[in-house]
Design a protein around this ligand. Structure first.
Ligand code: FAD
Length: 360
């Protein structure tokens, strides 16, 4: 009864898009999300890098996810405020929690089955292939599949399936607290990025999709009020009078080179996508979801779920996203100039659109 062509673990942008692409291709699909809601806790500020995929995504669902075009992406010195680099190639800011809710709703319309509060706890193998998953839910404790798409996010490399499947070296994670702040000195559609030799000020960022309102993150060890109280830098001064409207935790990889195991994304009949594949970024994850959903669906239809067949997914990623990977950078040297990176990403993803959303 609980027998599906494709099972997707995780309802983030990567997993929800994979479920949509697979369901649109005519497969029976189950998506398992451990939390009580898709999109919660909010994973990030919802910046979508500039690309054809982002444009077509916003064209189709921009109203539903409250999008703002990014007018300016500024990189500044955190102490002096001096401008280091500016770019207009900033893409969009969306309500990230609504993004995956909307994509998941469309996946359901296309026929996908979505199970909330359902954590996948074990992959069941037979003759080297995953044939089922076991979950924490009494409603659906076990479900069978032909192909598994694993989108369990950044924790995959430490306590998730990328680690337990031996796909990567165990990763280290850095916990942080993300705030939505009101009453901050920020401008709608302007992303401000601050760099400093002081680690606490380095890579501080205001993501602003409403006037005076921004998304801002700190390490768990730094209380917001202490950071606001500092007088020695522009970042603290800009949020001195701000109030948090929402607080949620997040983790990110501690190494800027996290993306290096991008070369190994398929194991037997399992495709790893999004952060679980060693990549990062919302658009990267959704494009991987599109590739994996489509390749998985055609493999099921052709009754060939061999490693060779599914490796087509990995080839697509290597030919496109891997040319401009978004990884958890910790130093500017990791990728050089933001402008170059945006440009490379746009070129690397040329021609990839949200075909699944056409006609909405
Ligand atoms: C502070 C911060 C800011 C960022 N800013 C941006 C940004 O502005 N733009 C951008 O593009 N990227 C940004 N990123 C990166 C971005 O958040 C990730 O790349 C993106 O969330 C990856 O999507 P995903 O679907 O792969 O994983 P996730 O969004 O992490 O989703 C994984 C899902 O799987 C679920 N899950 C995990 N294990 C299981 C299980 N066993 N069973 C069932 N469900 C499970 C989780 O609950 C989660 O919902 C940021 C990251 C951080 C930490």
């Amino acid at each position: 009864m609980n027998d599906f062509d494709i099972i997707v673990i995780g309802g983030g942008p990567a997993g929800s898009y994979a479920a949509l692409a697979a369901a649109k291709s005519g497969c029976s699909v189950a998506l398992f999300e451990e939390h009580r809601a898709i999109g919660w806790p909010r994973h990030d500020p919802g910046w979508l890098m500039n690309s054809e995929f982002s444009d077509s995504l916003i064209g189709a669902i921009g109203k539903a996810v409250f999008s703002t075009s990014v007018r300016d992406f500024r990189v500044c010195d955190a102490e002096s405020g001096e401008l280091i680099e500016t770019s207009a190639m900033g893409g969009y800011l969306v309500r990230r929690d609504l993004l995956e809710k909307e994509i998941t709703a469309l996946a359901i319309q296309a026929g996908a089955n979505v199970y909330l509060k359902t954590k996948v706890v074990k992959l069941v193998r037979k003759e080297g292939k995953v044939i089922a998953v076991e979950t924490s839910s009494s409603i659906i404790p076990k479900a069978e599949c032909k192909v598994l798409i694993c989108a369990d996010g950044i924790r995959s490399s430490s306590i998730g399936f990328a680690a337990s499947e031996g796909l990567c070296e165990p990763g280290e994670l850095r916990p942080g607290i993300s705030h939505i702040l009101a009453n901050a000195d920020v401008t709608e559609g302007v992303i401000e990025h601050f760099l400093s030799s002081d680690p606490l000020l380095n890579y501080k960022c205001f993501w602003t999709n409403r006037k005076d309102w921004c998304y801002f993150s700190l390490p768990v060890s730094t209380p917001l009020h202490e950071f606001q109280g500092r007088q020695d830098n522009v970042v603290s001064r800009k949020i001195q009078k701000a109030y948090p409207l929402e607080i949620s935790g997040h983790t990110r990889a501690s190494s800027g080179k996290y993306g290096e195991y991008f070369n190994n994304m398929v194991k037997e009949n399992v495709m790893f996508i999004g952060d679980a594949s060693g990549g990062a970024g919302n658009i990267h994850g959704m494009i991987q979801g599109q590739f994996a959903g489509k390749v998985g669906a055609s493999a099921v239809k052709e009754n060939d779920i061999s490693n060779e067949r599914l490796t087509e997914y990995q080839e697509l990623v290597l030919q496109t996203l891997c040319k401009a990977p978004f990884f958890y950078f910790t130093a500017r040297e990791d990728f050089g100039s933001f402008n170059n990176w945006f440009h490379e990403f746009k070129i690397a993803t040329e021609g990839i659109r949200t075909a699944e959303l056409d006609g909405l």
